[in-house]
Ligand binder design. Sequence first.
Ligand SMILES: NC(=O)c1ccc[n+]([C@@H]2O[C@H](COP(=O)([O-])OP(=O)(O)OC[C@H]3O[C@@H](n4cnc5c(N)ncnc54)[C@H](OP(=O)(O)O)[C@@H]3O)[C@@H](O)[C@H]2O)c1
Length: 342
Amino acid sequence: MRYAPLPAAASPLPQQLSVLGFGGAPLMGRVGRKASLAALDAAFAAGITLFDTARSYGYGESEGILGEFLAGRRDQVVLCTKFGILPADRGGWKRKLKPVAQAAIGVFPQLRQLARRGATGQLVPRQFTPQVLQASLETSLRALRTDFIDLLLVHDADPSVLSNQGLLDALQALKARGIIRMAGVSGGPELLSAVVAARPPVLSAVQFPMDPSRLHLAELTTRPEARGLLLLANHPFGGADGVAALQQRIRSLAQQPQLPAALREKLAGDPSTLMPEIVFGAILAGTHIASVIAAMTSLGNLRRNVDAIERCRFSPEELQLLRAELAVPPGGPPTAAPAPSA
Ligand SMILES: NC(=O)c1ccc[n+]([C@@H]2O[C@H](COP(=O)([O-])OP(=O)(O)OC[C@H]3O[C@@H](n4cnc5c(N)ncnc54)[C@H](OP(=O)(O)O)[C@@H]3O)[C@@H](O)[C@H]2O)c1
């Protein structure tokens, strides 16, 4: 496994931070208990130290399974969780049907999208008050069987969070008491730009999606103002729905005459091993992103992703070229709207 050189902002982290992070969104949601524990075990054995979860993941049970797995290993990992989206419907019918849904997805993967819609329909987003923070954190600590969180993020935040002084003060107080080591935000490109432009001192980490359609964010992460932040990229393949399209894109890149012949030759390999190498490489090459967080509950995917981080066959220059290619949508750059006639 490779470990990240950490920015000064991450100095409260006592453990090494793996460049590949384990995404806990599917735990106890899309996959059941046995597969969740098997994936966590395999990730830890491969040297992954960053484990990402949230109060809302897995119908509120992702943290619990992670806590169970962490018993006796807590001091060897960097634990990231989030608050601000409440898992609702705790005893509800959708939750009771979860084992049936998990089994059905195992047989018919195309049902995933439907299940996801059902699960997200129950969430209560944007709960960013100090009271929710306190209650959510207490539940997280219990579920994770720990007395501190390495990295606590405001989940799916918008830029208005950066001026929510009550919340920022509450996060500062939790830091001062050692209950959280670092505080930060997770959200989209708009939030990333806003944090890079002006970050409140208590927020020293940001997690943001960086699938191929958002590879242009690489530039933002290299700005001097971003240096003080711990930058974590998530959603690298664009989720389950993005994988097939991405493999197809990589196949078509091998035919692009504008790319150097040596690079095209490398691109003619097996797309299932090339995809994680290219995606992780394009996210990390020359940027200040410390880790990429991927969901990988299938052991084959986990292995391919670990191998991709450990042995990338592309040079940094080739990865930057591929990043530029992938950042352009498949049909070419969007055409500008015609100028209104005077
Ligand atoms: N707002 C937020 O804070 C936020 C938002 C989005 C995501 N996240 C975090 O980031 C994590 C990852 O995001 P994501 O799940 O949306 O997207 P993702 O990691 O881009 O995609 C995950 C999907 O890709 C598959 N996969 C993984 N490695 C693969 C490989 N080498 N080849 C083929 N398929 C592969 C996984 O399958 P298997 O699981 O079957 O292996 C899963 O279906 C989440 O779990 C969560 O921890 C946070």
